[in-house]
Design a binder for this molecule. Structure first.
Ligand SMILES: [Fe+2]
Length: 365
């Protein structure tokens, strides 16, 4: 039996928001816009959205306090602001962080969640304010997923939660917003998308409906990322990377993520290594670990890509991914226990031990 649930309506392409912004009218009179410090403005997305509000005769407030790896305390503050303003719906503009924060704010406010109840989504999230997503990076795929990753600073943990109630109602995916992204963000976010697509093969919850999407998405990244890094302003290449990212989101929305993601979270919280880069640094090691058990599926992928595993590793190598920090011995010793506790570890195709994780972290030293 196959089941496939992807309830997000999305518009993909140039001027998606401008051409279809009138659809926001159905969600009410007042919108809360959740953004970071600059990307919503730099990308041009916020200006376009404000024009849409004017045309729709809608009121809005902007909550622009979201930073990379948003804190639980910040989304609680956002939920308070939502209530004060009386917003009918929430719009996240930005990379993964503002959109994930918009999801969290919507769920906290609607269900009156306290403290860290959000991480027990099944028990506590019964509804949410309508969420609209406008991505300005191509990597997380959060515009089509029921997930959000929020850092609980008090408990020193970066962790995700998921609920079908936080799937965006509509996503406006316009590749032109990514034209202003710098080199490093472009590279790291594309690697995040690549991780999501690969994890669609690794996950025990893999969904065969996604097989063609996974292959096509990975090919789009392999072919287009080097071109994009050579010419950051080329629209057609940006469009291909954005499509691959949305594919990646559709894949993890069904299949979840695996150790490929869990192992990177401590690198991000401890050393501020970007999420995508953290995934990239361990990508080869994880593939090596899973290859024996997934040989048939991965060879099928490599046939489609017209390369073999070694060619793929060479491509990865050509990106020159580098942690740029010294990973401490204490980190290698202590963090595997935290990784093992992560929920997505249940989806690995083979059991991963603390020792396996330690060995992978050691390769980064
Ligand atoms: Fe990711």
């Amino acid at each position: 039996m196959i089941s496939y649930f992807m309830p997000v309506k999305f518009y993909f392409g140039k001027n998606a928001l401008v051409d279809h912004g009138d659809e926001l009218k159905q969600f009410g009179k007042k919108a809360m816009v959740v953004t970071g410090r600059s990307s919503a403005k730099l990308s041009g997305a916020l200006d376009e959205l404000i024009t849409v509000f004017e045309e729709n005769n809608q009121e809005y407030m902007v909550f622009d306090k979201i930073r990379e790896n948003p804190y639980l305390s910040t989304v609680h503050e956002g939920a308070e602001r939502l209530e004060e303003f009386g917003a009918d719906f929430v719009i996240g503009i930005g990379g993964g962080s503002p959109i994930d924060a918009a999801k969290a704010i919507s769920a906290i406010a609607k269900n009156n969640l306290q403290n860290d109840q959000i991480y027990k989504a099944k028990k506590y999230i019964k509804d949410a304010y309508p969420i609209i997503a406008i991505p300005t990076t191509s990597g997380t795929g959060t515009e089509v997923t029921p997930y959000s990753v929020i850092t609980d600073k008090k408990a020193d943990k970066k962790a995700g939660f998921g609920s079908p109630h936080i799937f965006p109602k509509i996503s406006f995916v316009d590749p032109k917003y990514t034209l202003s992204l710098p080199y490093k963000v472009t590279k790291d976010t594309a690697i995040d998308a690549l991780s999501h697509l690969l994890e669609g093969i690794y996950s025990q919850n893999r969904n065969v409906v996604n097989c063609p999407i996974i292959k096509r998405g990975i090919k789009l990244i392999i072919d287009n990322l080097p071109l994009c890094l050579n010419d950051l302003k080329k629209y057609s290449v940006r469009e291909n990377l954005m499509l691959a990212s949305t594919y990646g989101g559709m894949v993890i929305a069904q299949s979840g993520t695996t150790v490929q993601h869990s192992i990177g979270y401590p690198l991000t919280s401890q050393y501020e290594i970007s999420h995508g880069l953290a995934n990239g640094l361990v990508m080869k090691q994880i593939m090596e670990k899973f290859y024996p058990i997934l040989k048939e599926d991965l060879d099928d992928l490599f046939d489609y890509l017209e390369m073999n595993k070694e060619d793929f590793y060479e491509w990865l190598e050509s990106l020159n991914l580098n942690a740029g920090v010294n990973i401490g011995d204490w980190f290698v010793e202590e963090k595997p226990a935290e990784v093992l506790k992560s929920r997505n570890m249940a989806l690995n195709p083979v059991e991963i031990s603390a020792e396996d994780i330690k060995i992978i972290y050691k390769t980064l030293q």
